[in-house]
Design a protein. Structure first.
Length: 154
């Protein structure tokens, strides 16, 4: 969860809760689900919002066991599910997910060199390639697009 408040009024008190399985070094929150955000109007009396925030936290705790294994299952499927039957099909699929063509080709070559053309190997190749980009905005954009490929393994 993320909780925030500002004593100078720049931002109101709030909370965002979600379930996730991992956060990468590149700040991607993997498998965030059941995202709940509460940020009431900023007033001088912050304690009015605290009981609502407490209830949101209680609901989060109540749900924790229901999704314990979902991330592991997605990763397991992604490690075996192929990203298309051939290079052309994989390139078309990556284009539909807004992966730039040059990076898509390079990622597919890397994945094939590593011996597999699975969803996981292509995501791994894309995140390694993003680390070579000059600008953080470009790296973040590519990492987000790559992470969305895991939805193909559900």
């Amino acid at each position: 969860m993320f909780v925030w408040n500002s004593k100078v009024g720049r931002r109101s008190v709030g909370i965002q809760t979600f379930w996730f399985q991992a956060i990468c070094a590149n700040h991607i929150v993997w498998d965030a689900t059941e995202v709940v955000e509460f940020s009431p109007k900023h007033t001088a009396n912050v304690r009015d919002a605290l009981s609502d925030i407490r209830q949101i936290m209680y609901r989060l705790v109540e749900k924790r066991d229901s999704r314990r294994d979902s991330f592991a299952n997605v990763i397991r499927k992604a490690m075996t599910a192929h990203l298309g039957s051939d290079n052309e099909e994989a390139l078309k699929l990556l284009a539909r997910h807004d992966i730039p063509k040059a990076l898509a080709k390079e990622a597919l070559d890397t994945a094939r060199r590593d011996g597999r053309l699975t969803i996981f190997s292509v995501v791994d190749a894309l995140t390694r390639l993003s680390g070579e980009l000059s600008y953080i905005g470009d790296r973040t954009d590519l990492d987000v697009k790559a992470s969305r490929l895991f939805s193909l393994a559900r």
